[in-house]
Design a binder for this molecule. Structure first.
Ligand code: SAM
Length: 275
């Protein structure tokens, strides 16, 4: 088994457990494992959606949300468009997209974890929307034809992939010419010392593979995208993680100065050229 297959299995297991907890009406943490971050100290997934958006989807879909941003609020979706959510989890962003694109549009969710797909389909049934389809598959091999999607969204998933170049190449392939990439993800700014990076990754276990900002831009360019922008939406303050880090024997005061402003959630946009 390749390292990337191993990693994928770990991710699949964690999110399978997170889906089961959400199905039992328990809030999951960002990385789906108990000691990571209870809601009180989980600055990543907390308060991402406003009350109006929460009112549009079943409560179970809100409870299952494990993202780090709100891509549909920033993506300017239009009636009739086809949207694809990479790593759709419990389906919140797919259901919100379905409302935006309306009955003449379509919203696809793609996820590799059976438990998440089951939860998402349950949430779709509760929401009573029919312009939605949840597909089983991997974001490194999207099961859709070339030039078939207007907008790709994703919420805190690309950081989990061991092959981000493949993911971006696949996103580019399935987008129509002129199609938009409109994704929330965790990003790192500048150099982070390895030992510090490891500590922080224990806190934000779900962002172990977060890309450095300029690397994200280069990878998007290499995939063929233009009009690339990375806009921070939430910068993580180490104070948020003080309690958790202290339980891991990490001296927060010692590492805080080297980390200020380095880990953040961002809205990442790019376009597939028309020509
Ligand atoms: C952090 S959760 C985010 C879920 C959802 N986007 C949200 O905002 O609630 C990550 C999701 O991506 C899925 N996932 C992770 N890696 C994947 C991959 N390589 N291919 C397909 N799905 C993947 C997991 O099963 C999980 O449902």
């Amino acid at each position: 088994m390749h390292v990337s297959d191993d990693l994928k299995e770990v991710v699949r297991q964690k999110y399978g457990e997170a889906a089961k907890r959400a199905a039992a009406s328990q809030k999951s943490s960002c990385c789906g494992s108990a000691p990571c971050c209870g809601e009180a100290i989980d600055p990543i997934t907390v308060n991402l959606y406003d009350e109006a958006q929460k009112g549009e989807v079943p409560a179970a879909a809100v409870l299952a949300s494990l993202g780090c941003g709100n891509p549909t609020a920033l993506a300017a979706l239009r009636a009739g468009e086809t949207v694809l959510d990479l790593g759709s989890g419990g389906g919140i962003d797919v259901l919100l997209s379905a409302h935006r694109v309306g009955p003449t549009g379509k919203a696809y969710g793609l996820d590799m974890t059976d438990e998440m797909l089951a939860l998402a389909r349950e949430n779709q049934a509760k929401a009573g929307v029919t312009n939605v389809e949840f597909l089983k598959g991997e974001i490194e091999a999207i099961p859709l034809p070339d030039d078939s999607v207007d907008v790709i969204i994703s919420n805190c998933v690309i950081n989990l992939s061991a092959d981000k170049d493949r993911v971006l190449a696949e996103a580019f392939r399935v987008l129509k010419p002129g199609g938009r990439f409109a994704v929330s993800d965790v990003v790192v700014r500048g150099e982070v010392p390895p030992e510090v990076r490891r500590s922080v990754e224990m806190w934000v276990g779900c962002v172990a593979g977060a890309l450095e900002e300029s690397e994200y831009v280069s990878k998007l360019e290499r995939a063929g995208f233009v009009g690339i922008g990375i806009e921070p939406t939430r910068v993580y303050d180490l104070e948020d993680a003080r309690q958790f880090l202290a339980t891991q024997g990490i001296n927060v005061d010692a590492i805080a100065p080297r980390l200020a402003g380095k880990f953040f959630s961002a809205f990442i946009r790019a376009t597939k050229p028309r020509a």
